[in-house]
Design a protein around this ligand. Sequence first.
Ligand code: MD3
Ligand code: FE
Length: 223
Amino acid sequence: MPPHPPATASFPGLDLVSGARDRMLAPGAMLLAGRARATAPELIALIEAIALAAPFRRMSTPGGRTMSVAMTNCGALGWLSDARGYRYTPHDPLTGLPWPAMPAAFTTLAGKAAAEAGYPDFAPDACLINRYESGTRLTLHQDRNERDFGQPIVSISLGLPAIFLWGGPTRTDPIQRVPLEHGDIVAWGGQARLAHHGIRPLAEGTHPLTGRARLNLTFRRAG
Ligand code: MD3
Ligand code: FE
């Protein structure tokens, strides 16, 4: 037994030390715990500015349902869902304008995280911004609308915590639950790139930086 337990071990969720919960979730998938915590206030202010130009909206699924997650995008390409299917477009259909540019602070942080996870040349051209409130969920799915599955995906969690669900390449693979907290970054590539994943319905709460919401940035090389 070590003479002192790690300073954060008894306070799950309150570990303020970046990296204390780092782990490989599976080959190709790396949790970089708390890595976005220091820049979070800046990231949130940038999201608010993006949402003034390209408002959060709940999209329709090809099957005619309305998603519970509110979404917007920045970068050269934005992810869309509507009656015609899922795809990336250079313009916001709500305004007819190009999606707001991806802020340098986003690109830099996503690139650093990818490099730390073993993907050194990640240059995202798409950033999907998801907003969850109490009860909002994302059902199990794969991300397969991108051109090159050899490119990783980087996701940054801000605000309220969530339980991330993830399985394997087939729908019936066993599902792991991974708590994601404010400032956590996950990089997914290699064998993990086509894993099924989702978010459990968000629990109620308030966060000093995001209020009653969780924000997630998903960086992709789409084109
Ligand atoms: C695992 N968003 O928008 S990002 C999505 O928290 C999406 O909003 C979630 O899944 C969110 O498509 C989680 C984490 C993520 C993204 C892509 C993955 C996990 C992944 C691709 C393969 C495996
Ligand atoms: Fe996804």
